[in-house]
Structures are given as structure tokens and as C-alpha cells.
Ligand binder design. Structure first.
Ligand SMILES: Nc1nc2c(c(=O)[nH]1)N=C(COP(=O)(O)OP(=O)(O)O)CN2
Ligand SMILES: Nc1ccc(C(=O)O)cc1
Length: 280
């Protein structure tokens, strides 16, 4: 199988924006320019709010800014490409001078390409290059970084989710290799909250070390998600403590990137976690 071999250095390289995760976890700040995202919908839908919130996330210590124009929460209504472009492109353009790389959170190759043309550096695909058939080609053409997230169309409680995630990653890496994407450009994400039962989400979180051992940077996205509300009844706005708990364990397991709404709190949590890990 034409699978990518893992990079030799702990560097995630997106269009020359080198993200070093050897000594510290990278924090990806979430900017949803949507009216309906599950926890921050509407907060950055107006361009002036998007710009203000983006700079705040960077001031708080975000290493990457993830811009999304379609909520993919369970039960979401799909957004046509024209509408998604109308939402994300002004934000990508207005934030081109940001000191951190922009990642475009989209499942559409046309949206990814338009954002890459305007300076985005990373494609964050919730279908791990296995959805839109043009996605891998577009990422390769721009030498973009890629976040390949595991997902499933059907939730199946009987599936061994860890084996399913590893098999999916292998297929994503094969697609990436075929399209000419370099190993240093790839990161993998188990897709917490996507196509999984509550038990499977917990199982995936408890097996992060197995994904880390594949050798590619692992991105973890648990921020304010419903699995936290299932453990302890809370609204999304009340889930920061549970989010931090999951990310601290993710860092201890070797994850390279955490994707979060609450950047300042996670920068502090990450630095303290790393200080303790380095002392041992
Ligand atoms: N790579 C990756 N991408 C993601 C992930 C994730 O875990 N990993 N979670 C999301 C859901 O969170 P968001 O706050 O963006 O919610 P929304 O889908 O309602 O906009 C959206 N995008
Ligand atoms: N896009 C998503 C948004 C939210 C969740 C969740 O709360 O589990 C999952 C996916």
C-alpha cells in the first residue's frame, strides 16, 4: 500500500509556516463564522466581530486559527458552497496578516481552494481526504498542511472504533501519498463527536497513545462537546473544566495540537502539563 511514512522531525509544515510541536502542544483557536455553531454560533458571523475575536484568540496564545463556515454538529443543515464562501472568504482575507497560520475548516475542496488562494495555510477536513474527491489534489497543489479527521456516515455501536480510526487514517495517508502530499504536511484527528457513540468517544480518548504511535501529529478536538454533557449534565458554555480535563490527558498521551474555543485557559493548562511531563 502506498502509505506515507511518518515525518522524522516533530514539525507540522504548512506552506512554509513551520509549526514545531517537539517541546510544546500547539493550540488551535476556533473561529466559527456561522450563525448556528453549537457553542459559539453567531458570535463571529459579522466580519468586524470575526476580526476582533480572531485577534483576541491570537493575543491569548493561539498557534493556529481555524476558520469554519459550516456547523457540522449532529443534525446540522448542510450549507451550499456559495454561502460557505460568502461567510469564510472575507474573514480569511481580513486575517491574512495574522501572525499565525490560518486553517480552513471545510469539507468542500472548492472552499478549501478559495481560502488557500487567499493565504490560508492548512486544510482541516472532517472527512480526512475521503469525502470530496478533489480535496487531496487541492491540498497538494498549494503545499498546504492537512488535518485528516476520522468520521463515519453511520454510527455503529458494534464497531471497534480504535481499529476503525487506524484503518481510516491509513486510507487518508494513502490518498495523501497518491496526491503527492508530503508527510510533514499531515496531521491526524480521531474526530471526537463524529460518527461515534458516547462509549466510542471515550474509547477513542482512552486510546490516544495508539494514534500518537503512528508517528504523525495528532490533533484533538473535544472543546465543549456533548460527550462532556453526557458525563455531567451541562450546557456547552459550562464545559470548560471537562474540556481541559480531556485535553490535559491528550497532552500527556502525546497529542500535538488541541483545538479549542477557550485559548487562554488551554495555553495555561498546556504549559503546566508540559512542565510536569518534562520533569519526569
Ligand atoms: N479537525 C477537526 N475539526 C473539527 C472538529 C474536530 O474535532 N476536529 N470539531 C468540530 C466541531 O466543533 P465546532 O465548535 O466547530 O462546532 P460546529 O460544527 O457546530 O461549528 C468542527 N471541526
Ligand atoms: N460538529 C460537531 C459539533 C458538536 C459535536 C458534539 O457536541 O459532540 C460534534 C460535532
Amino acid at each position: 500500500m502506498a502509505c506515507l511514512t511518518p515525518p522524522t522531525q516533530r514539525l507540522f509544515d504548512a506552506r512554509g509556516r513551520r509549526l514545531d510541536y517537539a517541546d510544546r502542544t500547539l493550540v488551535m483557536g476556533i473561529l466559527n463564522v456561522t450563525p448556528d455553531s453549537f457553542s459559539d454560533g453567531g458570535r463571529s458571523a459579522a466580519l468586524s466581530d470575526a476580526v476582533t475575536n480572531a485577534w483576541r484568540l491570537v493575543d491569548e496564545g493561539a498557534d493556529i486559527l481555524d476558520i469554519g463556515g459550516e456547523s457540522t454538529r449532529p443534525g446540522h443543515t448542510p450549507v451550499p458552497a456559495e454561502e460557505e464562501l460568502r461567510r469564510v472568504l472575507p474573514a480569511v482575507e481580513a486575517l491574512a496578516e495574522l501572525p499565525v497560520p490560518i486553517s480552513i475548516d471545510t469539507q468542500k475542496a472548492s472552499v478549501a481552494e478559495a481560502a488557500l488562494q487567499r493565504g490560508a495555510a492548512i486544510v482541516n477536513d472532517i472527512w480526512g481526504l475521503m469525502g470530496d474527491p478533489e480535496m487531496a489534489r487541492v491540498a497538494a497543489a498549494y503545499d498546504a498542511g492537512v488535518v485528516a479527521m476520522h468520521n463515519r456516515t453511520n454510527v455503529d455501536p458494534a464497531v471497534d472504533i480504535v481499529a476503525d480510526i487506524v484503518a481510516f487514517f491509513e486510507q487518508s495517508l494513502e490518498r495523501a501519498a497518491r496526491a503527492g502530499i508530503r508527510p510533514e504536511r499531515m496531521s491526524l484527528d480521531p474526530g471526537i463527536g463524529f460518527g461515534k457513540t458516547f462509549e466510542q468517544n471515550l474509547r477513542a480518548l482512552s486510546a490516544l497513545g495508539e494514534f500518537v504511535r503512528l508517528g504523525f501529529p495528532i490533533l484533538l478536538g473535544t472543546s465543549r462537546k456533548s460527550l462532556i454533557g453526557k458525563v455531567i449534565e451541562t450546557t456547552p458554555a459550562e464545559r470548560l473544566p471537562g474540556t481541559i480535563a480531556s485535553n490535559v490527558l491528550g497532552i500527556a498521551a502525546g497529542c500535538a495540537i488541541i483545538r479549542v474555543h477557550d485559548v487562554a485557559a488551554h495555553v495555561q493548562a498546556a504549559r503546566v502539563t508540559e512542565a510536569i511531563l518534562h520533569a519526569s
